[in-house]
Write a protein that binds this ligand. Sequence first.
Ligand code: GLU
Length: 485
Amino acid sequence: MISPRLRFAPSPTGYLHVGGARTALFNWLVARKLGGTFLLRVEDTDRARSTDESTQAIFDGLNWLGLDWDEDVVFQGANLPRHRADAERLLAAGKAYRCFCTPDELSERRAKAEAAGGAFAYDRRCDQLAHDDVARRVAAGAPFVLRFRVPDGETAWTDLVHGRIAFPHTDIDDFVILRSDGTPIYNHAVVSDDIAMGITLVMRGDDHISNTPKQILLYEALGATIPQFGHLPMIHGTDGKKLSKRHGATAVGDYQHLGILPEAMVNFLALLGWSPGGDFDEVMTREQLIAAFSTDGLLKKAAVFDPQKLEWMNGQHLAKMPIERVAALVAPKLVAAGLATADELAAKPEWLHSLLELLRVRSRLVDDIVRQAAPFFGDTVGYEPEAVAKQWKDPAALRALFASVRELVAAHAEWSSGSLEAAHRALAESKGLGAGKLFQPLRVALTGSGVSPGLFDVMVLLGRERTRTRLLAAEEYLRGLSTDA
Ligand code: GLU
């Protein structure tokens, strides 16, 4: 495959589905890997169902994922004159014929065939019409469709995913290529466009396998080079059923709003139906994916969309990406949550980076970081009732203990996590307490919660003054709880 030309050809009749995004991604990866060209074609021929919002959602989704296309977007609807011309070329060459059977006649014959227990196939009666008869009907303005005359034999291809696939032509009846209103049927429009766009590899969902023999027949009839085909496995939910809304969000945009990073989504989608083989690290950047991608690694069996794995993957990317990028994602959310102003954050980038370093390894979603960041802002914290009930059982003793911590903090010279921890361990020991008996209540005083990052990392980020204020506030609160107040 030298410089392949590939395309993603969505119908703009809804949002960008994760299955569509996966198809786009695989096409994009092949193009980027082999120095090929990735094209976007919007299949908007279904006027009734296609919408501008949907077209925009497709652009937005692809842009968010970073799947850039290389040439102007092709709108299929604009190619109608060529679709017609190609169909008429087939008619002129005797490879297609006019069919005057009406929809009512056809459905009647279909019903009859089915009632007799058989499958309906077009019986070619209009292919038998005498030349004069056809000419007379056309002159009289009788409506007709164009049908492709399927020759005897079979059509086979070597699918990049499934290997050899063959369809005997007895299974393919003379299919319509142009409707009576002059608009093309899907298979014809796609082939006409793929030829015009110079597509050399078609990768799309498994659900198109039955269209491929018809399309190959059209390539042959139009005298065009047949591209390679690869049909990607379906995507199932964790219950093994075809992925649908029942399984949760299926739109790419939904994941964007849930705080999934585009690099995590790309990584996750890449592993739905592809594997680099052998032992490999599942967490890959876009560049690593391009380097590792090969159509040899495409899998046949249905892929499973596991949202928990996606979240895990997101956490992995969050932990590894440049901290500046994390800051750029989180800062606006901290501002929106009312924790700080943009100016305040901009004034202390190093502090913000240290805070994010601490929180990102404990987060799966950007919002997890924001939630955990709250105690690091503002003068006071709210105490979680469960944490208070569990860790602050002896208010009077704790007040005295916190007062000692306050003295320690005021006097302690080296404001580093290791040094603060050593000093607090010594303090606990001098009071005849296990370290946990000091650390856990202290954690509640500083963060309001029984869980937080390392206590002394928290202290370092809070700073001496704010640590002192938090201790005073806790002592005040404990005074209210004490019976001896
Ligand atoms: N518009 C078709 C779809 O969305 C394109 C199929 C193809 O790639 O040929 O399924």
